[in-house]
Write a protein that binds this ligand. Structure first.
Ligand SMILES: Cc1cc2nc3c(=O)[nH]c(=O)nc-3n(C[C@H](O)[C@H](O)[C@H](O)COP(=O)(O)O)c2cc1C
Length: 200
């Protein structure tokens, strides 16, 4: 039986804010009839050596397989901003996708990004760009957030035209602002809508 078309919501999150954003993005994806969100995370990496991880994480979404990436109709990819770039575990996962690149399995599929950082100008936009770069090498089509989403103009927290973002703080306990939630949902909805249009 063929699986229903899905948008892969793929992320790394150490303290939970990206994981929280992923849920709102998935909510947006699931609003588009005939499409569903598949939420997956990537495992952490060891600082000193190659370490094997259990097949299932202790908590949260299952770990993503390369097949799940290859078979998606669209991709939403999320990482905390670490020094203005994506976090190493996500980059490590992407660096294992050479077979998909060689066989062109992601060509012409839409992709978008989401990120979180703990300071207002702490590298959110750079981090989104860092995720966009390898996906463009894969032939994917980057879909940001258009300014018809009024929250982009009014937000005093996160939100960029390059992709959804969250302004985290040490006391926020991963609580997204209403603008951030709306933009995550809009991002998920848009990537599913574009995936659907590209399938017909
Ligand atoms: C190694 C490391 C580097 C970070 N670099 C930045 C940074 O450059 N700018 C910033 O604003 N926050 C930075 N942060 C904070 C995280 O981006 C922020 O706490 C984010 O919300 C974490 O996401 P998570 O809760 O999904 O793990 C850094 C955190 C770590 C652990």
């Amino acid at each position: 039986m063929n699986e229903a078309p899905y948008v892969l919501v793929l992320f790394y999150s150490r303290h939970g804010s990206i994981s929280e954003m992923a849920k709102h993005i998935a909510r947006g994806v699931n609003k588009i009839t005939g499409f569903e969100a598949k939420i997956r995370q990537v495992p952490d990496v060891s600082a000193t050596t190659i370490e094997t991880t259990p097949a299932l994480p202790d908590e949260g979404a299952p770990y993503c397989t390369l097949d799940e990436l290859a078979n998606c109709s669209g991709l939403a990819i999320g990482s905390p901003s670490y020094f203005g770039s994506m976090a190493a575990p996500l980059k490590h996962f992407i660096d294992q996708t050479t077979t998909l690149w060689l066989t062109g399995q992601l060509i012409d599929k839409p992709a978008c990004g989401f990120t979180s950082a703990s300071t207002m100008h702490g590298g959110q936009e750079q981090c989104l760009h860092s995720m966009m770069t390898p996906l463009i090498h894969h032939g994917m089509i980057w879909a940001g957030l258009p300014y018809r989403n009024k929250e982009l103009i009014n937000t005093t927290t996160g939100g960029t035209p390059y992709g959804a973002s969250h302004l985290a703080s040490s006391t926020s306990e991963n609580i997204l602002s209403e603008d951030e939630k709306a933009l995550c949902e809009a991002q998920g909805k848009r990537i599913a809508e574009i995936s659907k249009k590209l399938q017909t």
